[in-house]
Design a protein around this ligand. Sequence first.
Ligand code: NAP
Length: 259
Amino acid sequence: MDLGIKGRKAIVCAGSKGLGRGCALALAREGVEVTIIARGREALEKTAEDIRSETGVRVTTIAADITTPDGRQAALAACPEPDILINNAGGPPPGDFREWDRDIWIKALDANMLTPIEMIKATVDGMIARRFGRIVNITSSAVKAPIDILGLSNGARSGLTGFVAGIARKTIVHNVTINNLLPGVFATDTMFSRVEAAARNSKMSFEDAKAARLKTVPAGRFGDPDEFGAMCAYICSAHTSYVTGQNFLIDGGAYPGTF
Ligand code: NAP
């Protein structure tokens, strides 16, 4: 299927590794020019080179922290008129809510709620004027099925989800959609470091901790960032102008509910 987005321009936040990288690569495979942002220069340039050599599309890199005003400004200066915006950033750490003070909460809200809102604010009116826009926020399956130790994530991402639910109904008339992708467990550095931590805490091997994590996943495996990217590219396609304000779980069947 031709997704109909060849020649479009995308900003992919936190796009040097994992799910963000999967989205940048999938969009580039459809002929989308991508601007990818991440803090670490080395992985960023490596990903950009991988994408260029596979797809031949133009890839711009911005080494910056997307959760800061300067980082966002640099991203927007590099791609001032994006057709597609993928909001993503590192997730907050797990822990006990009794130990989280205001500063810790503000950091989580900044990364996983306020930064995507700022990026939407900076780009949505241009998309409306040009009558095409696709905004995808990478959130978490924890929005739908909260995990106790991920309270910072549950809280910040649910705030973003509520905000998006409101505005997504205002933009669709202009062919600008805003949707959320909710990953379950994917094979990324972040997920593997969580499994390693679980192995250490429960004094088990990495393989045993991984098997324990996968017990809750009917697919019996971690998701592949490439398949996450493919879903993202479809939601960003010309075929989805009737889909907005939705939360798409990509979790190997882990969420047990009917709806
Ligand atoms: P990952 O593989 O560790 O990659 C994270 C990417 O984000 C890297 O490119 C990293 O580059 C970049 N990044 C992190 N903080 C940034 C910042 N402040 N500014 C710019 N770039 C930043 O992580 P992932 O697994 O893809 O996770 C992506 C998001 O999905 C996270 O919010 C995570 O909590 C959420 N999530 C993941 C899973 C999963 O199974 N993997 C499940 C649920 C939710 P630098 O470090 O160089 O900046």
